[in-house]
Design a protein around this ligand. Sequence first.
Ligand code: PLP
Length: 455
Amino acid sequence: MTHQGNSAASRDIAFHLHPYTNLKAHETVGPLVITSGKGVTVTDETGKDYIEGVAGLWCTSLGFDEPRLVDAAIGQMRRLPFYHAFAHKSHEPAIDLAERLIALAPVPMSKVFFACSGSEANDTAVKLIWYYNNALGRPRKKKIIARAKAYHGVTVAAASLTGLPNCHRDFDLPLAGILHTDCPHHYRHAEPGESEEAFATRLAANLEALILREGPETVAAFFAEPVMGAGGVILPPATYFEKVQAILRKYDVLLVADEVICGYGRTGNMWGSQTFGMKPDILTSAKALTSAYLPLSAVLVSDAIYQACVDESARIGTFGHGYTYSGHPVSCAVALETLKIYEERDIVGRVRALAPRLQEGLRAFRDHPLVGEVRGTGLIAGVELVADRATKRPFDAALGVGTRLVSFSHQHGAILRPIGDTIGFSPPLIITETEIDTLLFRFEKSLADTADWLV
Ligand code: PLP
């Protein structure tokens, strides 16, 4: 493909340093320039429509043209476009939203801290955990455990928690004291014949062994996504969180639930923590909090953590953490309207009602020669492609099979997410049954093209 003259694509190549992109390939491949959106569909600069099968980056839960969110933003812009929350200042959108989130929390929570992104929320959680343990006079209890294939973002601490090599390699990460334990993917990592429950028992034992090896007095917290998203849509095996939480309790290790993808209905409950029985001490969320119309993230903290931070800030002066845009009033106004819409439209009930259409629709591809595993819950799913179903042998990564399937899906009018050779699905929560069927049909055609391309 060539991109010439003054087109958007050529100017993109000339001036735009892209996140999460092969920068060299981009110079020749160029961008897919999206110009508008309606419902679950986005349109590119040539006028071609695509069903957004991943809601952008697992985030535009209410689709691409919800007028109430636009009105909420405009109204707040007119009233008060910016104010901050440093040094005892506040404003009603942040106050109302904090109150609402505490009422919605899956377990009793005490306070909400606002940031702009999932990464900032997770970095904040790390700093709160360190501050908390200093407040309690436990300066050595600082290590944090996350999991291989976890995705917690890309700021320095969050990227360290992330368990994906590309987020560490050449960035001199992870930071010391951030450790990784097993990825809980039964299909990939269970022993032959090992049940989900036995696999969960083994992983919990490995976690305990890691904590004991490091010294429980040095281990502060464990971070987990309820469903691991960007690592490949990996669901916890049966009994996993029950067994992991028993270990965490035994060694006084905090649990942080990263609900950045799972929060606000995605898994068929308001929180992924409810779907999988997690009882977090800290909960981080973002994305669907505003249906991604504006940047906002929220960190919910337990009363025990809050009280320790109160005492410490009284002792040393200030809780010295916060962003200019923490609790930005326009983002908070949009979030409040988003949460109102979720309630009015019973978004959780809607996800539950639609989930079988997507999950069973995808499971119909289970016997396809390229499909190793179909997994998912609610309106999040992954289809893992393999070279050999019997042995689960993956394709040679250099072939780029997942990426190839997704470029076929673009031709057929569907945007999907390649995660290696797992194809991710996470459509807007407002998708209809008919649109799910269309998405499945376009995926089927893409799978057929991929099979033809491989022979
Ligand atoms: N946590 C999870 C589970 C995510 O999926 C993401 C982003 O995809 C993040 C954190 C980071 O969020 P952000 O990209 O807003 O920094």
